[in-house]
Design a protein around this ligand. Sequence first.
Ligand SMILES: Cc1cc2nc3c(=O)[nH]c(=O)nc-3n(C[C@H](O)[C@H](O)[C@H](O)COP(=O)(O)OP(=O)(O)OC[C@H]3O[C@@H](n4cnc5c(N)ncnc54)[C@H](O)[C@@H]3O)c2cc1C
Length: 297
Amino acid sequence: MKVGDVKVERDVPLSRLTTLGTGGPARAFARPESAAEVEELLRWAAGHGLPVVTVGLGSNLLVADEGVDALVLRLAGELAAVEVDGEVLRAGGGAANAVCLHRARTAGLGGFEFACAIPGTIGGGVWMNAGAYGGDFSQVLERALVATADGTGWLTPAELGLSYRRSNLRHGQVVLRAELRLRPRPSEEIKAAVRELNARRKAAQPTNRRTFGSVFKNPEHELSAGRMLEACGLKGYRIGGAQISPKHANFIENAGGATTADALALMVEARRRAFEQFGVELRHEVELLGPLELPPL
Ligand SMILES: Cc1cc2nc3c(=O)[nH]c(=O)nc-3n(C[C@H](O)[C@H](O)[C@H](O)COP(=O)(O)OP(=O)(O)OC[C@H]3O[C@@H](n4cnc5c(N)ncnc54)[C@H](O)[C@@H]3O)c2cc1C
């Protein structure tokens, strides 16, 4: 069926849209290419009492095997475009970080290098204030254009409530665009910084496996989540087709034929062991979509 000019498909498997490669179908799915199309879809969904969820590159998502009873949007067209204007990089919410970083480097603008190994989009980055190696979105984001069924407006980082791996955005709020304020930096320097960050990443984390990045946020503890789970003896621990990375214990890999239920069972076990051994209640960094829950400890 169509809403305005946009095709709305039924039962699109979300496993195709997540980096872990698991997850059931979206009840409805569309790829809007403009703010007007998103606004129309939001009004249509509100009229049908259907929640709206926007996905980026699915690199921080664990989607229920049963699927998601929602209209799932993936931004395309002008909502995935990138342009540089002076020291400001304007990007659609669906633009890949890698494309933004490439454009910034070509324009001799630094400040976004931290995102070199974050395989997501601008919208996903704003949603969870993605960051690495001391940098995060809150340090470069000037403002984001956010659409809801009630209207569209620009929000500042303070209004978005950006803090460690979180914002106060909720499903139904769509990051259409963002403006990042960068600073002049020679492109050769940017290239060298990115090379160094990628080498550090490769040495410590699984880089050629199907994962969704860090499973848990780092707790307020002398040990990181990864070190804690390693101390619990969980490296390489497997349930069904999912396993805790033998390289870094805060990653879950799809080792072949994994389901979301397998990955969730690993998370439950990891939380139980960290609580037993360290008295720490680990909180998940990955976004859970659909009827998924971690039982209380
Ligand atoms: C190998 C690997 C390494 C990683 N390393 C890091 C790292 O160092 N640091 C880090 O912070 N993360 C890391 N991640 C996790 C992930 O890449 C980031 O969280 C990224 O920002 C998610 O972006 P995405 O576009 O893939 O979002 P998705 O995973 O598709 O979605 C994540 C959340 O954002 C919401 N969302 C996405 N787009 C929009 C939008 N336009 N409007 C409103 N909501 C939206 C979704 O609804 C969902 O709740 C890593 C992941 C992998 C696989």
